[in-house]
Design a protein around this ligand. Structure first.
Ligand code: ZN
Length: 284
């Protein structure tokens, strides 16, 4: 049973100010406990999601993606702020996959891919009911799969990554050519929903490119279901283009065997996954 659900926006950019972000996270834990009449002694474990690849020893797996966090062990940092309560940490999209598999659109699915669309793009993999993390713990970086080896340089240091055509930053920068005052992805999606041809085209192309990259995963792991989540992109606008992209690169038997569906848990997926992690649903 969920006793309380609380979300706050950071004043500072968490990418560049990890200490402030971790201070805020610890403060939120205390506020939530106070609101439900509990204290730290009542807590079995705290789950923490980080929007970057997290290695099996709890570090950030690609320092170029989140440089200010490179020398931190977020698990230890948060635990030190909470009287050494047990803290379990994972990538936020891994957590979304755990939650969708346990309680959402991936229920009763043995093998699924959970795609999280936001500023970055992840495709996290559940095989035989267990999250697949890979040997270093960084599996699932769909955004940094190469679509064009001669393409533009990506922030990860490689060229032509999926993120450069389908990631939030790329979409916003392209959309601002015709909509210079565009504020964020939500506004871009709203314009697309209202029929703006440029924004619709951007989302449609993004979906096709995602489908092309996901087609490789279909060929390799042949999942039952692809669950498309991440609140910023209005997944329903992308499902058809994703299917077109899949058909371009995956074997027809694999395409025929997979359902592509929108996620059930929305923006709460990662937080619920952190609960699943803290409960030990998927021991790493
Ligand atoms: Zn990249």
């Amino acid at each position: 049973m969920i006793l309380l659900d609380r979300a706050v926006h950071l004043d500072a950019d968490a990418d560049e100010h990890p200490q402030a972000a971790l201070d805020l996270a610890a403060h939120q834990v205390d506020l939530v406990l106070e609101s439900v009449g509990a204290d730290r002694a009542d807590v079995n474990a705290v789950g923490l999601g980080i929007p970057a690849p997290v290695t099996l020893d709890g570090r950030i797996g690609s320092p170029t993606l989140l440089p200010a966090w490179a020398d931190l062990v977020p698990q230890e940092e948060l635990a030190s702020r909470l009287d050494s309560l047990p803290v379990r940490v994972d990538n936020d999209a891994n957590l979304g996959a755990l939650a969708e598999h346990a309680w959402g659109a991936g229920r009763a699915c043995a093998d699924l891919v959970y795609v999280k669309l936001a500023t970055g793009i992840r495709a996290d993999i559940v095989v035989d009911g267990r999250l697949y993390r890979g040997s270093a713990g960084t599996a699932g970086e769909l955004g940094h799969v190469t679509l064009d080896a001669r393409g533009p340089l990506c922030r990860c240091g490689n060229r032509g990554c999926v993120e450069l055509t389908a990631g939030g930053r790329a979409l916003l920068s392209q959309a601002r050519v015709s909509h210079p005052g565009l504020k964020d992805l939500d506004e871009l999606v709203a314009l697309a929903v209202r029929g703006d041809p440029g924004c619709r085209r951007l989302l449609s192309d993004a979906g096709r490119h995602l489908g092309i990259a996901l087609g490789g995963m279909l060929n390799l792991i042949n999942p039952d279901r692809i669950v498309v989540g991440g609140f910023a992109y209005a997944p329903s606008l992308l499902l058809e283009p994703i299917q077109h992209g899949l058909a371009e690169t995956a074997m027809s038997a694999a395409v025929g065997a997979v359902d592509v569906v929108t996620a059930d848990l929305g923006a709460r997926a990662s937080a619920l996954g952190a609960v699943a992690l803290a409960l030990g649903v998927d021991r790493r």
